[in-house]
Design a protein around this ligand. Structure first.
Ligand code: HEC
Ligand code: HEC
Length: 362
């Protein structure tokens, strides 16, 4: 899926030399240096203490889609991180196993292997931790560690799979977290028209999108935070969104002015397919997101200096929108591992009392 930097460099040089030959086409607003910043990486990083293996990824994928992971058997990780919804759920706020909305929206998991602090406020230090935490959270999957281990241990396919993947053969928190995190690291955005353009195909995006990209890097300041090929600096900022009690990362740094109302910069990969937007789902459409940035949002001491009224014209706003729309790749079909097919449909069959759905909350 990823391409080699060498072939990319060749195509950039080719396209630049073609540009120099004076063929008539829309002005290309990016130079080779800027293009370099948008190259996709060629490999996924895996930590030394949780190395990749195909069998571990397959086990993690099976767990990810298994509703056995939720208290009432109604939810899996994929309920909120659905492959067909760019690994989000398109709800303003996630809805947990008990049917109640959580405080924040389900973020996309696209390219999450490439960031190093997780959750909207960065409260989770590793992908292993943020992959296990939802299982036990009462507002989320709502299952105890003990019950989870008992359920998995009662399934022959799981006993076999854990024994194949892990030298200690154990079905425990550490191994469940490792398998889930290994699958999550494999969740990548797919190549979008933007990438084809970056690789030198001038016809891959419209002239409006190219102008929008110039605004994204210039007048709009967007690339200051939505930087690099995945369009995130992985950091936390107050962009003037959210007026409620949730002060974001500020809750962990009470003396910091700048971290009040600061939330993680989301990737913009597939962004046009992922509304509603922001940590609290408070902004319905991409047009409304652009209007928010254009107005500067809530003016308060914590708001980033990069955020202020932008004075974009109607044409500039639609160019910016055209650019954001070039970041959507195709949806990949996620195939479930054979172990899952054996137990089709993926362990959803009843294993007794724990699977009885709860009464909907009044
Ligand atoms: C009920 C919906 C829901 C379910 C089910 C769910 N998640 Fe999430 N997920 C969320 C929400 C909401 C957040 C953001 C949490 C926060 O910021 O505190 C999140 C955050 C994450 C993140 C961090 C993403 C980032 O950009 O920082 C990962 C990774 C993740 N979930 C993996 C999983 C895995 C693995 C499972 C299954 C074991 C799972 N999730 C189940 C809603 C859900
Ligand atoms: C100061 C850093 C910063 C700048 C500058 C910035 N953003 Fe953001 N962006 C963020 C953060 C942080 C969030 C998430 C805020 C939240 O959830 O409360 C965000 C959210 C978004 C979202 C919603 C994504 C989602 O999944 O919810 C879009 C779209 C977006 N920004 C586009 C832009 C555009 C276009 C510009 C330029 C006009 C821009 N951003 C400028 C940091 C920034």
């Amino acid at each position: 899926m990823f391409f080699s930097p060498r072939s990319l460099l060749v195509s950039i040089l080719l396209s630049l030399s073609m540009g120099a030959s004076g063929a008539e086409k829309a002005p290309d607003p990016i130079d080779a240096g800027l293009r370099q910043q948008y190259l996709r990486p060629t490999a996924t990083p895996y930590p030394g203490d949780d190395p990749y293996s195909p069998a571990k990824e397959a086990l993690g994928r099976t767990l990810f889609f298994d509703r056995l992971l939720s208290g009432s058997g109604t939810h899996s990780c994929a309920t909120c991180h659905s492959p067909s919804l760019s690994f989000g759920d398109r709800l303003p706020r996630a809805v947990g196993d008990a049917g109640r909305p959580m405080a924040v929206r389900s973020p996309t998991l696209l390219d999450v292997a490439f960031i190093d602090r997780y959750g909207w406020t960065g409260k989770f230090p590793t992908l292993e931790k943020v992959s296990f935490a939802p299982i036990m959270a009462a507002g989320n999957l709502n299952l105890t560690e003990q019950a989870l281990i008992a359920r998995l241990s009662a399934q022959a396919v799981y006993v076999k799979a854990f024994a194949q993947v892990f030298p200690d053969k154990k079905i425990d928190r550490e191994n469940i977290s490792a398998a889930l995190a290994t699958y999550v690291r494999s969740i990548h955005s797919t190549q979008a028209p933007f990438d084809h353009w970056i690789m030198g195909d001038e016809a891959a995006v419209s002239p409006a999108a190219k102008r929008g990209f110039a605004i994204f890097n210039g007048k709009g300041n967007c690339a200051q935070c939505h930087s690099g090929w995945s369009f995130t600096d992985g950091s936390f900022h107050d962009i003037g969104v959210g007026k409620g009690k949730d002060i974001g990362r500020g809750a962990f740094f009470p003396t910091s002015v700048k971290l009040r109302y600061a939330f993680k910069t989301p990737t913009l990969r597939n962004v046009a397919e992922r509304g509603p937007y922001m940590h609290d789902g408070s902004v319905g459409t991409l047009e409304a997101v652009i209007d928010l940035y254009n107005s500067g949002g809530v003016d308060r001491p914590s708001r980033s200096e990069l955020i202020h009224p932008l004075g974009l014209s109607a044409n500039e706003k639609s160019d910016l929108l055209a650019f954001l729309r070039t970041l959507s790749g195709h949806t990949e079909i996620v195939s479930l591992p054979a172990a899952c097919a054996l137990n089709a449909p993926c362990f959803s069959k009843s294993v007794g009392a724990p699977f009885q759905p709860k009464q909907a909350p009044k």
